[in-house]
Design a protein. Sequence first.
Length: 53
Amino acid sequence: MPRKLLDVSRLHALGWRHTIGLREGIATTYDWLCDALARGEPVRGFAAPPAAG
């Protein structure tokens, strides 16, 4: 699968810099998703598995 990279040169030209690394961002998002699903919150754009029973 080809790797896709975003061109952030315009953002850098405006002074934007990332503050969270990719691994940390993925881990934080995963933790948030697990917590939201455990609380039974609807997560927009995510298809939760059907409830058992």
